[in-house]
Design a binder for this molecule. Structure first.
Ligand SMILES: *Cc1c(COP(=O)(O)O)cnc(C)c1O
Length: 421
C-alpha cells in the first residue's frame, strides 16, 4: 500500500508562504489516531487512560489537540511540563517520567498540583518524599520496573540481564518492597502501582503480550505474597508506524483490543483489583502524520552515487545519523513523473554522516524541486538542534486544504537572543 501524503498544491503553497525546510502535520490524521486510541483502549472492568508521550513532538497546538481528544500526558522534563501547563493541561493529567529528575523539576511539579510521578530509582524516591514534606502537597506514585522484556521492531526478547538505565529491575524485590513501604509511610504520597516500557517501533503485538505476562506475574506476587494493593498498571509505549511501504505494523485497534483483552483475562484469573490501565503512545500518534518539506539544491555525482543536497538535514532530523533510521521521500514538483532514478539525499550539515536517505527512488530531480520526506513527525523536531547555526524549521498544521503555522521558523536573531556577551 502506498504511503499517503497531503495535497501537493497545498504543499507548494506552504513552501511559498512559509519557506523550507518546513514540517507539516496532517492535523486531521493526528486527531483521528488520537480518537482511535481513546475509543479502542476501553474496558468495562477498569478505567483506561491513553497518555501522549510528549517527547515525540511537543508544542501548544499538539498538546491542546491531545487534551481535546481526551488524552493525558507523559512528560520527561520540566521543560515539557512547562509547555503542557502553557497549553492549559492540569497536573492531574500529567505523568512525570525520567531517570534523573532534578530537585527543581520535582519541586516545580509538586507546586503545580496533584499529579503523577513515575519513580525511576530509590534516590529519586527519597528526593520526592523530602519534597512532599516540604511543599505539603499530594502526589500519586507509580514505580517504574524493568521487566526484562526488550523489544525493538521485529526482535523482542526476555533478557536475564536487566541492565537498562531505566527503572528498577523486577528481580530486585527487596528494593521494590522498600520503595513501596517508603511511599506508604509518607502522608502525601499515594502508591498506585507499576510502570514498564519495553522499547520502540515494536511491530509485533506478541512483544506486548510477553510484557503483560511478566508484569501480571509480578503484580500477582506483589498483591498476593506481599499483601500490597496494586490498582494501576502502565504498559508504556512503543507502537510502530509505517516509515516505508514495506513496514506493516498492526492497526491501533488491533494493538489496543489485544492489550485490553489480555489484561482483562489476567485480572479475572488472578483476581487483582486493577482500577486503571494506561498506555503511552508517542511515535504512533504523530509519526506518520508528519512530513518534512525541503527544497532540492545542488547535485553531485561520484563514481557510485548521485547526490541531491537539501536545505536541511541532521539538524532537523538526526535519526538517520543517530541510528540508521530509514525514510522514503517523493518529488512534489514532479509528482506525476516515474521514480526511475536513485539518489542519495544529503543534508547541508558539516558531517559526512548527514545523509537523510541513502537510496531514494525519485524522478530526475533538479535544483528548486520540492522534496517531501514521509513520517518525520516523531523525534524529528523534538530532537532538532542548531548545529551549524541552522534555525529550527517552521511547523505547519494542515486540515483539509487549509493550514496554519503553529511554530514559527527560528531566526538568526532567535539564536543570538541567548548570547549575553
Ligand atoms: C519514549 C517513551 C514512550 C513513547 O514511546 P513511542 O515509541 O514514541 O511510543 C512512552 N513511555 C516511555 C516511558 C518512554 O520512554
Amino acid at each position: 500500500m502506498p504511503l499517503t501524503y497531503p495535497n501537493p498544491s497545498v504543499l507548494k503553497e506552504i513552501a511559498d508562504t512559509c519557506g523550507t525546510p518546513v514540517m507539516i502535520y496532517d492535523e486531521d490524521a493526528v486527531r483521528n489516531t488520537m480518537k482511535e486510541y481513546v475509543t479502542n483502549f476501553k474496558s468495562d472492568m477498569f478505567e483506561t487512560n491513553v497518555l501522549y508521550a510528549s517527547k515525540a513532538f511537543l508544542c501548544k497546538a499538539i498538546a491542546k489537540a491531545a487534551a481535546e481528544e481526551g488524552l493525558h500526558f507523559d512528560a520527561v522534563s520540566g521543560g515539557e511540563i512547562f509547555c503542557l501547563a502553557k497549553a492549559g493541561v492540569p497536573a492531574e493529567k500529567i505523568h512525570f517520567h525520567g531517570n534523573n529528575k532534578t530537585p527543581r523539576e520535582i519541586e516545580d511539579f509538586f507546586r503545580m498540583g496533584h499529579g503523577h510521578i513515575i519513580v525511576d530509582n530509590e534516590d529519586e524516591l527519597n528526593l520526592i518524599i523530602a519534597t512532599a514534606e516540604r511543599v505539603k502537597s499530594q502526589m500519586d506514585i507509580l514505580i517504574r520496573v524493568n521487566p526484562g522484556v526488550e523489544a525493538h521492531t521485529h526482535e523482542y526478547i526476555a533478557t536475564a540481564t536487566k541492565d537498562s538505565k531505566f527503572g528498577v529491575s523486577i528481580d530486585k524485590e527487596e528494593t521494590i518492597r522498600n520503595m513501596i513501604n517508603s511511599v506508604a509511610e509518607s502522608d502525601y504520597l499515594n502508591f498506585g502501582g507499576f510502570h514498564s516500557h519495553i522499547g520502540s517501533q515494536i511491530l509485533e503485538v506478541e512483544a506486548f503480550a510477553m510484557e503483560i505476562r511478566v508484569m501480571f506475574d509480578f503484580l500477582d506476587k506483589v498483591a498476593n505474597s506481599w499483601g500490597v494493593t496494586v490498582e494501576e498498571l502502565d504498559l508504556g509505549g512503543g507502537f510502530a508506524i509505517r516509515y516505508t511501504e514495506e513496514d506493516n505494523p498492526p492497526s491501533t485497534e488491533e494493538v489496543c483490543s489485544r492489550i485490553i483483552a489480555l489484561c482483562e483475562e489476567e485480572v479475572v484469573q488472578r483476581k487483582l483489583p486493577i482500577k486503571r490501565l494506561m498506555i503511552e503512545p508517542g511515535r504512533s500518534v504523530v509519526g506518520d502524520a508528519g512530513y518534512t518539506l525541503y527544497t532540492a539544491g545542488c547535485r553531485k555525482s561520484t563514481d557510485s552515487r548521485e547526490y541531491i543536497f537539501i536545505d536541511g538535514g541532521m539538524a532537523d532530523n538526526i535519526r538517520p545519523a543517530l541510528y540508521d533510521a530509514v525514510y522514503t521521500c517523493r518529488n512534489i514538483s514532479r509528482d506525476e513523473a516515474e521514480a526511475d532514478r536513485t539518489y542519495a539525499i544529503a543534508g547541508k550539515c558539516c558531517e559526512s554522516g548527514d545523509i537523510l536517505i541513502k537510496e531514494a527512488s525519485l524522478p530526475e530531480t533538479a535544483p528548486g524541486d520540492l522534496i517531501l520526506v514521509h513520517a518525520t513527525g516523531a523525534y524529528g523536531y523534538s530532537m532538532a538542534s542548531n548545529y551549524n547555526r541552522l534555525g529550527r524549521p517552521a511547523v505547519v498544521f494542515t486540515s483539509g486544504d487549509t493550514y496554519r503555522t503553529v511554530l514559527r521558523r527560528e531566526t538568526y536573531e532567535d539564536m543570538m537572543a541567548l548570547d549575553v556577551e
